[in-house]
Design a protein around this ligand. Structure first.
Ligand code: SAM
Length: 258
């Protein structure tokens, strides 16, 4: 995955357009975390800090880690974090064993889960928990159509292998079950996206999955791809009479207690 630069940095404004829909799975993940040993809490890929306050209520020092300066500025403004650290998760390690490593909607941006996840689990305090949620939506039209249209209209300009990816549930089970007590589940969220300028599914995905795709195009090319994408979305996720859209979105969760 490429480094964050001012040109390709996250945009907290467009990301927050669907704040409520994005927050609910994070809260569902936190609800699945039960007893914790002594130790600090890490919000890994904390982004703009939407989980800062709920995580701070665990009553332990809370440390946010993220690669995006723009997102970290927003996280700082929440005042929920004891420390915030700009770092690439691929290289990051805690300075002392944490009670909880919580990661919502971030680890799919990193490759190599087969080595990353065991490494994170090994860094926990005894009895600590690694709690993770990642979108499992890459086979749905909302995601795969960005890639197929990109390949059709701008061949060779974007490598799908460089984008977000997750393992299958079976692969996560095989990898993680030997390491501790694993709970693994998926949830389909039937999200109602309110009317926006442009198709709501385009607005939802452009801030996340489609961000690296659009980043390799100039503004005229982006407009061309977006127009083609919206035409397909009109059929895949038809608008209701008031312009809202029902957008099913699958998310994969696990907690691993070591
Ligand atoms: C979709 S946002 C989720 C943010 C937050 N966890 C939430 O629930 O709102 C994904 C975040 O992961 C961060 N991220 C992606 N790859 C990263 C990496 N390799 N190292 C650190 N942070 C990364 C991005 O900067 C971004 O803030």
């Amino acid at each position: 995955m490429s480094a964050t630069t001012p040109q390709n940095d996250w945009n907290p404004g467009t990301y927050h357009r669907f704040r409520g829909q994005r927050l609910r799975p994070a809260l569902d993940l936190l609800h699945a975390v039960t007893r914790l040993p002594d130790g600090d809490v890490i919000d890994l890929g904390c982004g703009s800090g939407v989980m800062g306050d709920p995580l701070a209520r665990l009553g332990r020092p809370l440390h946010g880690v993220d690669a995006s300066p723009a997102m970290l500025d927003e996280a700082q403004a929440t005042a929920a974090y004891t420390t915030l650290c700009e770092a690439d998760i691929a290289q990051w390690a805690p300075t002392k064993p944490p009670a909880l490593i919580f990661s919502n909607a971030a680890l799919h941006w990193l490759a190599g889960h087969d080595t990353l996840l065991p490494r994170l689990a090994a860094s926990l305090a005894k009895g600590g928990t690694l709690a993770v949620q990642v979108p499992h939506q890459n086979n749905a039209p909302s995601h795969r159509v960005w890639l197929s249209l990109m390949a059709e209209h701008f061949p060779g300009r974007y490598d799908p292998a460089s984008g977000p990816a997750v393992l299958t549930p079976v692969e996560y089970h095989r990898l993680l079950a030997p390491l501790g007590t694993l709970s693994l589940w998926e949830t389909d969220y039937y999200q109602v996206l309110e009317p926006t300028d442009g198709h709501p599914v385009r607005r939802f995905t452009e801030a996340t999955f489609a961000r690296p795709v659009l980043n390799v195009l100039d503004p005229a090319e982006q407009a061309h791809l977006i127009a083609a994408y919206e035409t397909v979305m009109d059929h895949a996720y038809p608008k209701s009479a008031n312009g809202s859209v029902l957008f099913p979105f699958r998310r994969l969760f696990f907690t691993l207690t070591v």
